[in-house]
Design a protein around this ligand. Sequence first.
Ligand SMILES: Nc1ncnc2c1ncn2[C@@H]1O[C@H](COP(=O)(O)OP(=O)(O)O)[C@@H](O)[C@H]1O
Ligand SMILES: [Mg+2]
Length: 168
Amino acid sequence: MTRAANSDSTSKTFHVVARTETDTAGLGAALAQHAKRGDIIALEGPLGSGKTVFARGFIQALCGDSTVVPSPTFTLVQIYDAPEFPLWHCDLYRLEDEEDVLEIGLEEAFADAVTLIEWADRLGRWLPHRRLSVAFAGEDRDESRRIVLDGDSDWRERLEGLTANAAT
Ligand SMILES: Nc1ncnc2c1ncn2[C@@H]1O[C@H](COP(=O)(O)OP(=O)(O)O)[C@@H](O)[C@H]1O
Ligand SMILES: [Mg+2]
């Protein structure tokens, strides 16, 4: 797995190339070590790009490797009991009305839980600005995925730690 940080005066994003599914899950697991209550992580990218693989790595790092992590495509949300906070894994692909997020209690989760959200753009105006965006793109020739992480200053400090650790 290769990692790099690009910076200019206004933004700083972190780029990772995950060559295998294990790399993608490993990035999720590494990020999980830096998670804290109230974090919102938007997983972006087309179907099959690795969003659920990343979420599975993240969840299993906190809840145990044997934790079964199904794709919440039909249930919209699966809630896990991580040691320090509730952990929400959402897949909003089938969200019909953005107001339905109130019904599943997502607003409260944004404050009290750590929330991983696939298809977060379905939230429209309900998607908070304070979030980490993790964007997945497939490579044409092989199974590797380009992953771009982009967050506010609080996230950037944590991502720098992640990149530094990876370099050692
Ligand atoms: N580098 C990689 N990272 C993540 N998944 C990969 C990778 N290479 C191949 N795959 C495969 O791509 C698929 C990703 O599926 P999934 O995570 O469910 O996608 P999404 O949730 O984005 O729709 C899995 O079948 C996985 O085995
Ligand atoms: Mg998925």
